[in-house]
Design a protein around this ligand. Structure first.
Ligand SMILES: Nc1ncnc2c1ncn2[C@@H]1O[C@H](COP(=O)(O)OP(=O)(O)OP(=O)(O)O)[C@@H](O)[C@H]1O
Length: 333
């Protein structure tokens, strides 16, 4: 298939006390082979929970109530990741080997008491039948590929001996060492300075362009999306409210939330004196959802019907879709 992963109608709930709160609501998207899909949206909109649902990595309080996440393994098998038992041998064999993950804060993910070499080797030995010596060689080669100077020597250093950017490269090394076809990067450069951010993003582009890997990039940084991503999913309150090729969505944003989001962040090429807009109001409480568009109370185009019915997703053009009543009359997706 053209897509490495297809998520369909994912719904995720969390138990909070006696309540069950819907956090991810009917989310569908494709991760194309050799492309970067970016997921964007304000803090708390459900970006991380969406990808954790997709790879069956929810904490105990969470559960995927509905939906599928079809992943094509390297031997061409199609597996619904949601359907595998959490923590089972099958899902663990895929995560870490076929699906690599890097997170925002490398210090939280790296163990301070083990050398980085040990941590890289652990991921190799867990998934492959190779000797420790071979694992060491593979690990050092990976560090070299990722531009870590003196990789042989640095292999035996501890995390605290690395700078922030270098630690993030080590995280990428751990994620990439088993040659996964899908890399999930959740805010991978937020804690880094701009130069290092650019280097890390170049690495990801290289993985896509030289090795044909797919990447899911979760970020707040719309400039980064414009620069590196192929497709973008804009999330609001647990739903994808606009989705499509980056060029289509950025040049012709149709949902008032996407427009507001694009106006609220600097993007490459904008005039220096152009003021950034803010989105008025606050995101509603996820516990209080009833019916209708959850952005309606912040939207200057909102009509009565936005608040009293669920809004369909409409096709704008090709794969470009959006969930807004303003598009009524277009074909429903
Ligand atoms: N373990 C949990 N129990 C209950 N609610 C949770 C849990 N984890 C996340 N949530 C809730 O799910 C919602 C979505 O969180 P998520 O981390 O996916 O947002 P996000 O868009 O990734 O935000 P950020 O950009 O800040 O990382 C939030 O309202 C959060 O409070």
């Amino acid at each position: 298939m053209e897509n490495l992963l297809e998520a369909r109608n994912l719904c995720t709930e969390f138990k909070v006390g006696k309540d069950s709160i819907k956090i991810v609501k009917d989310v569908s998207f494709d991760v194309k082979k050799g492309k970067i899909l970016s997921i964007v949206g304000e803090s708390g909109c459900g970006k991380s929970v969406t990808v954790h649902s997709m790879i069956n990595l929810l904490p105990k309080a969470g559960r995927v109530a509905n939906g599928t996440s079809m992943f094509e393994t390297s031997n061409g098998e199609k597996v619904d990741l949601v359907n595998l038992k959490p923590y089972s041998k099958e899902i663990r064999a895929l995560r870490g080997k076929e699906i690599g993950m890097i997170f925002q804060d490398p210090m939280q993910s790296l163990n301070p008491v083990y050398t980085i070499g040990n941590q890289i080797m652990e991921n190799i030995l867990q998934h492959n039948k190779v000797s420790k010596k071979d694992a060491e060689e593979i690990g050092i080669e990976m560090l070299k590929k990722l531009g870590i100077p003196e990789p042989k020597k640095r292999f035996h250093d501890f995390p605290h001996q690395f700078s922030g950017g270098m630690k993030q490269r080590v995280m990428i090394a751990i994620a990439m060492v088993n040659n996964p076809n899908l890399l999930i990067a959740d805010e991978p450069t937020t804690a880094l300075d701009v130069t290092i951010q650019a280097q890390i993003m170049d690495l990801m582009k290289g993985m896509r362009d030289e090795y044909g890997k797919s990447v899911i990039l979760i970020t707040h940084n719309m400039g980064l999306v414009a620069e590196v991503a192929n497709q973008v999913a804009v999330m609001y309150m647990g739903r994808i409210i606009e989705y499509g090729d980056v060029k289509d969505v950025f040049e012709n944003p149709m949902h008032p939330y996407t427009r507001a989001l694009l106006k609220s962040v600097p993007v490459p090429g904008m005039a220096k004196n152009q003021k950034l807009a803010t989105i008025p109001g606050e995101t509603p409480d996820p516990k209080k959802y009833k019916i209708g568009c959850e952005f309606a109370n912040r939207c200057s185009f909102a009509k009565e019907e936005c608040k009293n019915q669920d809004i369909p997703t409409y096709v704008i053009d090709g794969t470009h879709i959006a969930k807004c009543i303003l598009l009524k009359g277009n074909k429903e997706a």
